[in-house]
Design a protein around this ligand. Structure first.
Ligand SMILES: Cc1cc2nc3c(=O)[nH]c(=O)nc-3n(C[C@H](O)[C@H](O)[C@H](O)COP(=O)(O)OP(=O)(O)OC[C@H]3O[C@@H](n4cnc5c(N)ncnc54)[C@H](O)[C@@H]3O)c2cc1C
Length: 801
C-alpha cells in the first residue's frame, strides 16, 4: 500500500468505485480507494440493480442518462460483464395529475435527446401483459430503463480504475482523517497512514461517521428498504422477450423480471429509518429481518395491479438500508470552507446516478468546475442551519413521497416551520400561505378571508391565481410591501475589498453611494452568480444575491480569498422590506425626516421611523421601489412604521408568487432559472453588465471576451404564450418550423399584462421580432410570439424616474 497519493477515496461501493474510475479517466492516476471490507460491502451488494432516467431535475435526468450509457463502455474497457438487461421501462399514470407529470417529463426529454414516449393502455397491454389496466390512463415508456448486476458493475468500475493506474486496498478501515496546516490530509487506517492532497467521502451507509472524522455534518440518513423475489411464474418464463420494468407510482412499487420470476420493491408509507444514532461499524454483508407487516398494504395493492403475484410464491426477501439526503438527491462536491475534502454520498440510486456522480466529482476535482449545473446534487445546497433533527423527518418524507407526483408549485410540509423571521406570526395572522427556501419560511401569497390557507399543488394554474393577481395589482397601481429576508447578503470589507471585487465580479464595482448589477463568472465564463453590489464606503461593500446560493457563493469566495479583504455572510443578520409601486416614494418620505431623493441605483443610510436602515433604490419588481434593510431586532418596529405610513396609500403586502409574476413583466431572469452555470452571459443577456473597459483580468474574462467576439448560437428570448390553464414552468420544448429548436428556462403568468409569458433559449439566428413558435405545455402545442419590448414600463420611466 502506498503512503502518499493525490486522492484517497474512502468507500468501495458503486459510488466510490465510479469516482475512482472517472478520476483516472480524466487523467489522475495517482489515486487510491480504501475499503474497510470487500468492495460492495455497504448498500451496494443488496441493491435490486434497476436503472432509469426519470428525475424531476433535468440535469439529474441527463446524468442518469449518462450513467446508463456508460455501462456498455465499462464492459468494453474491462471485458467484464455488468449483467445488463436493457428491457425498457413503463411508468404508469392512473390519474390526470400523474399523467400531466409524465407529459411534462416527455416534453423535457425531447431536447435532452432521450427517446421516451407516452403510450396508451393498448400499447401498455402489449408490452406488459401482466398489468391490470383498470384505471390506467397511460404510461411513459423509456427504452433505456433496465437492470444490471450490482456487484459485477462495481467490480467493472474498479477494474477500469485499476487499468487507469488506481490502487484499491480492501480490508483497510479508515479510522481518522486529519488536516495538516498546509491543507493536505493524513488518513489514518488500520494498515497505516496515508498522506494525500484530496479526500473523497464515499462512505455510503457510514458517510455520516466518515464525515464526523473531519468535523463535517452530512445531511443524510439511512432508510430500510425491502424487495421480494418470486418463484418462477409461467406468465414470465413463457414469454419470448424479457418483461419490461414497471413503476407503479399509485402502488409505490417497482417491478421487474428476475430470472424466471419477478422482483417487486416498495416505497411503503409506514417506512422506517435505520441506525438513527449512527451506523454500527460491525454492520457488514448482512440483511435486516424480513418485515411483511410494513409492506402489507403495498402488497395488497400490488396483487390488484399485478394479479400474477398472488399466485407466485416468495423465493427470497431482500431487506437492507440505504441513504437519502433531505431532498433525495446526492450530496456531491467540495465541502464549503474545507480544502481538499469532497463529498460523494447520499446517493440513493447508485445504479442510475453513480456514473454521473463520479463524472461530475472528477471534473470538479480535475478541472475545478463541472460541465453542467450541479445545483440539484451540490452538497452546498444545504446551509449551516441543517441538523440531524431536520434531516430525519425530511428523509422520511422523501422516502414516502418517492413516487408521488412532484409539482412545480409544491411545498413539502415536513420539518416546518423551521427557520422564521420576526415577521412570521404577523404574516401568519394576515393569511400568509407559506413556502420554504433554504430552510427559511417565505410568504408565497396572502389568502383573503375565507380563501384556503393552502395552495393546491398542480401543473396548471393553482388556487393562488386570484390572490397573486390582487397583489400584483396593488404593486402596479399603488404600493406593495414584501419582506427581503430571502436574499443572500454579504459584507465585503478591507483595504483590498474593491480590488478583490473587481477580480471576482465581471461587472463594474460602484463608487460610494451607488449600486451596480454584475454577473460572477467561473473560469470557463459560465454564470455562477448574479449580484447587486452596494458601495457604502471606499472599503465597505454589501452584496446581495440568491438566498439559496449562500453556501455555494461563500465556498467560491473562500476558495478565492485574498489578503486585505474579509467576506462575511450576513444573510440572516440583515432583514427588512422592499416597498414597490408608484406610491413607494411617498410612503418612504412619510417615514423619515431626510429628503427621499435617491436616484435609481443609489444607496444611502437613512433613519426610517426610529430604525437605522440601509436604503437602496432598486426593485426586482421592475417598478419604482426601495429595499430597506435593518437589524432583524428592529424589523417589527420598521414594519409598524412603514405600514402606518402606507395605509394612506393603499399599501398591502405581497409574496413570492406576485414577485415572480412582476419580474416577468420586465423579462427579468432569475438565479437557478435563466442564470446558472449551464449558461453564459451572452446567452442570457447578462453580458450587458460586464465591464469590458475595466483594466482587470476578472475571473472568466478571457472566456467572456471570446464569446463577445463570437456570440453563442443560442440566446434567451421572451415570448407571449397563448396558454389556457397551464403556463410554462421550465424546460418545455420550443418548436420552430416543426422541430424542437430550444427550451424554456422559466415562465408563468403576467397578471399585470394578463398574459402567459415564457423565457426560452432559442437559436440566436431565429430570435427576431415577430418570430412565432410553439411551446409544448403538458402535451399541447401553444402559440408563442417573441416579444420585442417588456410588458411593463418598456422605456424604464417608472423604474428609473
Ligand atoms: C434493498 C435495496 C434495493 C436497492 N435497489 C436499487 C436499485 O434497484 N437501483 C439503484 O440504483 N439503487 C438501489 N439501491 C440503492 C443502492 O444500493 C445505493 O444507491 C448504492 O449502493 C450506494 O452506494 P455507495 O457506494 O454510495 O454506498 P455503499 O454501498 O454503502 O458503500 C460504501 C462503502 O464504504 C465503505 N466504508 C465506509 N466507511 C469506511 C471506512 N471508514 N473505511 C473504509 N471503508 C469504508 C463501506 O464498507 C462500503 O463498502 C437499493 C438499496 C437497497 C437497500
Amino acid at each position: 500500500m502506498k503512503t502518499t497519493t493525490r486522492v484517497v477515496v474512502i468507500g468501495g461501493g458503486v459510488v466510490g468505485c465510479s469516482v475512482l474510475y472517472h478520476l483516472t479517466k480524466l487523467g489522475w492516476s495517482d489515486v487510491m480507494l480504501l475499503e474497510r471490507s470487500e468492495l460492495t460491502s455497504g448498500s451496494t451488494w443488496h441493491a435490486a440493480g434497476g436503472f432509469h432516467t426519470l428525475n424531476g431535475d433535468t440535469n439529474m435526468a441527463a446524468l442518469q442518462g449518462y450513467t446508463i450509457r456508460l455501462y456498455q463502455e465499462l464492459e468494453e474497457i474491462t471485458g467484464m460483464s455488468c449483467g445488463l438487461h436493457h428491457v425498457g421501462g413503463l411508468t404508469l399514470a392512473d390519474n390526470q395529475e400523474r399523467f400531466d407529470m409524465l407529459l411534462a417529463e416527455r416534453a423535457k426529454h425531447r431536447y435532452m435527446g432521450l427517446d421516451t414516449e407516452i403510450i396508451g393502455p393498448e400499447e401498455i397491454a402489449k408490452l406488459a401483459p401482466i398489468i391490470n389496466l383498470d384505471g390506467i390512463i397511460g404510461a411513459l415508456y423509456d427504452p433505456l430503463d433496465g437492470h444490471l448486476d450490482p456487484s459485477g458493475t462495481t467490480h467493472a468500475y474498479a477494474r477500469a480504475a485499476r487499468m487507469g493506474g488506481a490502487e484499491i486496498v480492501t480490508h483497510c478501515h479508515v479510522k481518522e482523517t486529519t488536516q495538516r496546516p498546509d491543507g493536505t490530509w493524513d488518513i489514518v487506517t488500520d494498515k497505516g497512514m496515508i498522506h494525500t492532497e484530496h479526500v473523497v467521502n464515499a462512505g455510503g451507509l457510514w458517510a455520516r461517521e466518515v464525515g464526523a472524522m473531519a468535523g463535517v455534518y452530512l445531511p443524510l440518513h439511512p432508510m430500510e428498504h425491502q424487495y421480494i423475489v418470486t418463484d418462477e411464474t409461467p406468465e414470465i418464463y413463457e414469454r419470448e422477450t424479457e418483461h419490461p420494468h414497471v413503476m407503479d407510482p399509485a402502488g409505490e412499487s417497482y417491478l421487474r423480471q428476475e430470472g424466471r420470476g419477478l422482483c417487486i420493491g416498495f416505497y411503503e408509507q409506514p417506512c422506517r429509518p435505520w441506525a438513527v444514532d449512527g451506523t454500527p461499524w460491525t454492520f457488514g454483508h448482512e440483511l435486516l429481518p424480513d418485515d411483511f407487516d410494513k409492506i402489507e398494504e403495498s402488497i395488497e395493492f400490488a396483487y390488484k395491479r399485478f394479479p400474477v403475484l398472488e399466485r407466485a410464491g416468495v423465493k427470497s426477501v431482500i431487506h437492507g438500508p440505504f441513504t437519502f439526503a433531505p431532498d433525495g438527491n446526492p450530496l456531491v462536491g467540495p465541502i464549503p470552507g474545507l480544502r481538499g475534502y469532497w463529498s460523494a454520498c447520499g446517493v440513493m440510486a447508485g445504479f442510475s446516478q453513480g456514473g454521473g456522480v463520479g463524472l461530475m466529482l472528477a471534473q470538479w476535482m480535475v478541472h475545478g468546475e463541472c460541465e453542467r449545473d450541479t445545483a440539484a446534487m451540490d452538497v452546498a445546497r444545504f446551509g449551516d442551519w441543517i441538523s440531524p433533527g431536520y434531516t430525519l423527518p425530511k428523509v422520511i418524507e422523501n422516502y414516502q413521497t418517492r413516487f408521488s407526483v412532484s409539482y412545480p408549485n409544491e411545498e413539502k410540509p415536513a420539518a416546518r416551520p423551521n427557520r422564521t423571521t420576526p415577521m412570521y406570526d404577523i404574516f401568519d395572522g394576515m393569511g400568509a400561505v407559506w413556502g420554504q427556501q433554504y430552510g427559511l419560511e417565505v410568504v408565497n401569497y396572502f389568502a383573503a378571508e375565507g380563501e384556503p390557507r393552502f395552495e393546491t399543488p398542480s401543473f396548471r394554474r393553482s388556487n393562488a391565481f386570484a390572490a397573486t393577481a390582487r397583489e400584483v395589482k396593488t404593486v402596479r397601481q399603488a404600493v406593495g410591501i414584501n419582506e427581503i429576508h430571502n436574499f443572500g447578503k454579504y459584507r465585503v470589507r478591507g483595504p483590498n475589498a474593491r480590488g478583490w471585487l473587481d477580480r471576482i465580479m465581471a461587472g463594474r464595482i460602484p463608487q460610494p453611494g451607488r449600486l451596480s448589477l454584475t454577473p460572477m463568472l467561473a473560469h470557463s465564463g459560465r454564470i455562477i452568480g448574479d449580484f447587486t453590489v452596494s458601495c457604502l464606503a471606499p472599503d465597505d461593500f454589501r452584496l446581495t444575491a440568491s438566498y439559496g446560493a449562500q453556501n455555494y457563493h461563500m465556498r467560491w469566495f473562500l476558495q478565492n480569498a485574498e489578503e486585505g479583504v474579509t467576506v462575511e455572510n450576513v444573510s440572516d443578520k440583515l432583514n427588512g422590506f422592499q416597498i414597490a409601486g408608484p406610491k413607494a416614494t411617498e410612503v418612504l418620505q412619510a417615514c423619515t425626516r431626510q429628503t427621499v431623493d435617491l436616484k435609481f441605483m443609489d444607496v444611502r443610510r437613512m433613519t426610517v421611523g426610529m430604525t437605522d436602515c440601509l436604503v437602496q433604490r432598486v426593485s426586482y419588481t421592475g417598478d419604482l421601489g426601495y429595499e430597506i434593510y435593518c437589524d432583524p431586532m428592529a424589523q417589527r418596529q420598521l414594519w409598524r412604521t412603514l405600514t402606518e405610513a402606507g395605509a394612506a396609500h393603499g399599501m398591502k403586502p405581497f409574496g413570492m408568487r406576485a414577485m415572480m409574476s412582476l419580474r416577468l413583466d420586465k423579462g427579468f431572469g432569475s438565479w437557478g432559472r435563466e442564470y446558472s452555470p449551464d449558461y453564459t452571459p451572452a446567452e442570457t443577456g447578462l453580458d450587458r453588465f460586464i465591464s469590458w473597459s475595466k483594466p482587470v483580468d476578472f475571473i472568466g474574462r478571457s472566456a467572456a471576451e471570446k464569446e463577445r467576439r463570437t456570440p453563442p448560437e443560442r440566446v434567451n428570448a421572451v415570448f407571449a404564450v397563448e396558454a389556457e390553464d397551464a403556463d410554462v414552468h421550465a424546460y418545455e420544448p420550443v418548436w420552430i418550423d416543426g422541430s424542437v429548436q430550444g427550451f424554456c428556462t422559466s415562465g408563468g403568468y403576467s397578471h399585470h399584462a394578463q398574459q402567459s409569458v415564457a423565457l426560452a433559449l432559442i437559436p440566436r439566428s431565429l430570435a427576431k421580432p415577430g418570430l412565432v413558435a410553439e411551446i409544448e405545455i403538458l402535451g399541447k402545442m401553444r402559440k408563442a410570439t417573441l416579444l420585442d419590448a417588456p410588458l411593463f414600463d418598456a422605456d424604464g420611466a417608472r423604474m428609473r424616474g
